[in-house]
Design a binder for this molecule. Sequence first.
Ligand SMILES: Cc1ncc(C[n+]2csc(CCOP(=O)(O)OP(=O)(O)O)c2C)c(N)n1
Ligand SMILES: [Mg+2]
Length: 581
Amino acid sequence: MDTSVARKTNIPDFATAYYLLEGLNEIGIDYLCCNFGTDHAPIIDEMAHRRRRGEPMPTIVRCPHENTAAHMAAGYALVTGRGQGVLVHVDVGTANTANGMHNLFRSRLPVLLMAGKAPYTVNDELVGSRDTYVHFVQEPFDQASLVRPYLKWEWTLPSGVVVKEALRRAVSIMQSEPRGPVYLMMQRETLTQHWRAEEIRRYTAEQFAATSGGGGDPELVAALADRLLEAENPILITGYAGRHERGSRAIDALAQFAGIAVYEANMTNNISHDSPCFVGFSADKAVPEADVGLLVDVDVPWFPSDVQANEKTFWAHIDIDTLKPGSPMWTFPGSIRMQGDSGRILEQVLEALKAKATPRFKETVAARLKRIKAARDDRIARAAKLAADKGKPGAINPHYLTAELAKLLDDQDMIFNEAVTNAAAVLMQIPRRVPNTTVRAGGGGLGWSAGTALGAKLAAPERLSVQICGDGGFYFGNPTSAFAVAQQYRLPFLSIVMDNTGWNAVKQSTLRVYPEGEAKSANAFEAELAPNVHFTKVAEAFGAYGEEVSDPADVAAALARCVKEVRGGRAALLHARITRM
Ligand SMILES: Cc1ncc(C[n+]2csc(CCOP(=O)(O)OP(=O)(O)O)c2C)c(N)n1
Ligand SMILES: [Mg+2]
């Protein structure tokens, strides 16, 4: 029901907060992940008002910690492509989302973050005026600065009369490529202002579209096709083309037609790992030898400190974000760069190449595909060898554990891989066929996988949603908040905690910089965390199923029991004591 119908009642007008909720519904915000405070009194009252009147508004998910709320929006956007709303409390709630905003921004995921602002009147001049201690201490000079490095747009709503216009602008910007977070702040007095329904204009999706990524410049497309026609050793590295099915299909089709070895570099899985052209997760050895290289939707194709790129390689950089304007430094090559939808651009390249393909080209490709197959077989054999060692009691081999998990998963099930120094085991041992089903954060803020798994489950209730994290990552993820949401909103997810007794990444980083340093001599890496903790108790406190496993002989059965619980509708946590750091 829109406001024109409401006008037929005897209520002459409504508060801005009423139109805010209606506007959110109109722009496609199905869920508001919320953590409330005094700033939200007008919104909370209008929620009850709309509910009483039977009027639509987003479904509310109350999150005990904002980190859960922000990352739930990430999970939902990963699955659906659509940004949702996150509503938090003034500056302090915003600060608690900063880690999430960093991850969403770096993953190019849309979200509409909203927060109140402390009231500005103090003598009860307006409805919503300051009435409690915190109103006098919760207005910093620049609230948005807490998250500004991660925003595409921000605004303080100046008046309720433009609330729907502001929402439409916010959603257009967050959904335009490259996608990302937007932030709307609202004062209490603005939210309580009353307006007549006809004073609030609507801005329809039909007339206010978002910008999508376009196709490639035909001249550059032809130039790339010419290079591929002559290439001896072409490679393709991608990080996030697989977020769209079209990008995934286009990469696989071009790779198979032109005999291109495909590597994945962080973020998500992009083509089926069964593809004859998929060769693994590190292009380090291939980069110096490539004569033609395609960088497709990728942030970090290799670490320059480890790899000497060849100055003669012709690089084509095709990306929804070729400029990386969110990063002061970005140093990867591009002999040509095409910004746009990688799926569309690679379809153009394939079409151009098909028109030019000679019998000699086809012979070269056939020979190359044999070489690529040998590299594939090699990698698969290496992975199997690593998984064959089960480890020892108290030191389960992560490769074995993840290989056992792989046996229990369906193609559509989703993995959120926050395993840090064991992330490679997850990638190697759980081959995926469906793109965008094993996801890592594009950012570096730990504590994302629990909330993301919950948000993904909200978007796709029929799929299993699995968080795999380290013991460090488990703490960062505000697990009490995550398991509370799982229980309250019936969002069963599986949490697998790979406990190596601390922050191995911190230890390894110190060793990389100072291989023979003081920290090594003293064996003091400042990385050990509390020993003998039982993470299962955290899950159990919220009605979830918990199992602790330290003997490799018990791993398969324990995993099977946990997966069964989750498929049956109850969250579960497996605390695995893996090889110590
Ligand atoms: C919010 C946040 N704080 C700190 C860090 C720095 N950091 C990176 S990896 C890491 C250790 C993670 O430990 P764990 O999850 O147990 O994985 P492990 O390194 O042991 O494999 C830390 C503290 C970070 N990335 N994000
Ligand atoms: Mg650890």
